[in-house]
Design a protein around this ligand. Sequence first.
Ligand code: ADP
Length: 394
Amino acid sequence: MPTREEVLAELAKVKGPDLKGDIVSLGLVSDVFISDGRVIFSITVPAERAEELEPLRQAAEKVVAKLPGVDKVLAALTSERGQGSGPAPTPPPVRPAPSAGDAANVPPPMQGRAKPAAAGAGDKPGVPGVKAIIAVASGKGGVGKSTTTCNLALALQANGLKVGVLDADIYGPSIPRLFRVTGRPEPVSGRILKPLEGYGIKVMSMGFLVEEETPMIWRGPMVISAITQMLREVAWGDLDVLVVDMPPGTGDAQLTMAQNVPLAGAVIVSTPQDLALIDARKGLNMFRRVDVPLLGIVENMSYFLCPDCGGRHDIFGHGGARSEAEKLGVPFLGEVPLDMAIRENSDAGTPLVVTDPDGPHARVYKDIAAKVWAEVERHKEGGERAAPKIVIES
Ligand code: ADP
């Protein structure tokens, strides 16, 4: 397999737009990712020239493909923040969506026509029309990350924002079920897919693109290209916020995502158990390492309200996340009780924020949503620079 330097040496043979210089010395190549015989990278071009520069993208793929040990090359044209807030360029011809059992055929990310994106996004290309992207993450699976994503998104909408949800949990996409949406996203133009809609929220999930029973074995680069495609090749329209349900855990795929997606911040979901908090801490540190603002921690399954006796039971030793958040200097966003109604409604695709909007659970989620948004705004104003940066190695 080639090294990054070898890849860059090949790419230096590709002339820049207008045949001036080469794409490497012009500083246009970024996000080089090499793994398992796959090479993925981005080439920054002005948004309005994306279509015209498609041959450049192809030339770049071609030179890298010639390197020994390279099976597949995925080059994406991206545009810089601040560029190209105008109309979307016409994308190149449609490529088939990944079919069942053919994970290796996941198409590469395509050109993002960026607009100033999110606070904390650095120079990562944004998603046109999307003002802020926030990630919902957890150190491990099963803590209620997707349930929280769904209700948080609906609560942000109830608080007056235009919201979309990207299900990046491609190992176990549950957003289609949570929003009770089925179907296949149709192409609107070229490779751009129209997201499906549930309860007024635009949603995109790998669950729409592969059969439910397909066992998916994804390796890092495939995960990234699939997620990047779902992020950038979808007609999100104008959104105040896109909520991303991240894959669980803190592996390479998650790290690369946190690095490549221009995140305005991350919300960590944890249960009160110590073990989960250790995992949650890993999640926190992962985002810190790549300078993504931490919007706060949600304690899920925090306490149990007994429907029979009305009593409150702290099954998992409630309060762990709050004290952990204080220790780590991260906002504590709220406690969601362990409640049958939450599980039943999540599994039935009738989220409580919609079906019981004035109920106690909806209030909890709306309160969390308000705090999340306040944090996004605070970081946008440069709040994260004011806060001390503590990194605790796990
Ligand atoms: P993750 O995305 O972390 O894997 P899910 O959101 O899929 O977790 O939740 C796992 C299971 O726990 C689901 O059956 C869900 O309905 C249930 N669940 C999540 N949060 C709660 C809660 N607060 N009370 C009761 N059940 C919950």
